[in-house]
Write a protein that binds this ligand. Structure first.
Ligand SMILES: O=C(O)c1cc(=O)[nH]c(=O)n1[C@@H]1O[C@H](COP(=O)(O)O)[C@@H](O)[C@H]1O
Length: 237
């Protein structure tokens, strides 16, 4: 179930003007726009209006992680914003995931709008094996991702976030209809930065990613439209 254009660009900035300008510049090239903590904490839900005008699907990446009652309440508000995708941390546990997924669907239904896909973050792509062990994850990162993917699917999440390296393991565990959102995407010509578990856009797509989340390789490029065009060409789009 790979989207026609799987590229979602991460508009990681606090500035509404630059986010909007970038969104307009890239609107004809990408499949969607991701707004994260950096932007949302600075601008709140009002900051979404101008970006929404591009007409592209919005992915509101807040990575909720708290007790079930708190996350469910936050998810009710997120679901009223009319975004297509949102995130929580799978490590918040079964009850938290279930409460959030149910709350999002109920809240959207009351508004008569489609619910956001609830996507559970497994092991952040900025963690390598040693860093994952240091926070107490046991076994290999791939095993931990697979375990959290199973927990997420069993408790009503629509999909997960994982690095490109775990796509095959999660597909085998969760099947073809579970949405795999994949950051840690680095074209051969771009810097890795703080990302640890990375592959190129084409490698991630070929392994079965549904959504490729790409930030700095596009947004920090001298010309973001040219960088996006290069990535689309590598994907054959
Ligand atoms: O949930 C996410 O989107 C996410 C999860 C994860 O494990 N790793 C990760 O990088 N992300 C997000 O994906 C984007 C990656 O940006 P770049 O590293 O600039 O391509 C950022 O907005 C991160 O917040």
């Amino acid at each position: 179930m790979t989207a026609a254009n799987p590229v979602f660009v991460a508009l990681d900035t606090t500035e509404p003007d630059s986010a909007t300008a970038l969104a307009r510049t890239l609107a004809g090239q990408v499949g969607g726009l991701k707004i994260g903590l950096e932007y949302f904490t600075a601008n709140g839900s009002h900051g979404l209006s101008a970006i929404r005008e591009t007409g592209l699907p919005l992915f509101l990446d807040l990575k909720l992680h708290d007790i079930p009652n708190t996350v469910a309440a936050a998810m009710r508000s997120v679901a009223r914003l009319g975004v297509s995708i949102t995130t929580l941390h799978a490590s918040g546990g079964a009850e938290m995931i279930r409460a959030a997924a149910d709350a999002g669907r109920d809240s959207a239904a009351k508004q008569g709008i489609a619910p956001p896909k609830v996507i559970a973050v497994t092991v952040l792509t900025s963690l390598d094996q040693a860093a994952a062990e240091a926070v107490g994850f046991c076994g290999s990162v791939a095993d931990q991702v697979r375990r959290l993917a199973r927990l997420a699917q069993d408790n009503g999440a629509d999909g997960i976030v994982c690095s490109p390296l775990e796509i095959a393991a999660v597909r085998a565990e969760c099947g073809p209809d579970f949405t795999l959102v994949v950051p840690g995407i680095r074209p051969a010509w771009s810097e890795t930065g703080d990302q640890k578990r990375v592959l190129t856009p084409a490698e991630a797509r070929d392994r079965g990613a549904d959504i490729l989340v790409i930030g700095r390789p596009i947004t920090a490029a001298a010309d973001p439209a040219i960088a996006a065009g290069r990535i689309l060409a590598e994907l054959g789009l």
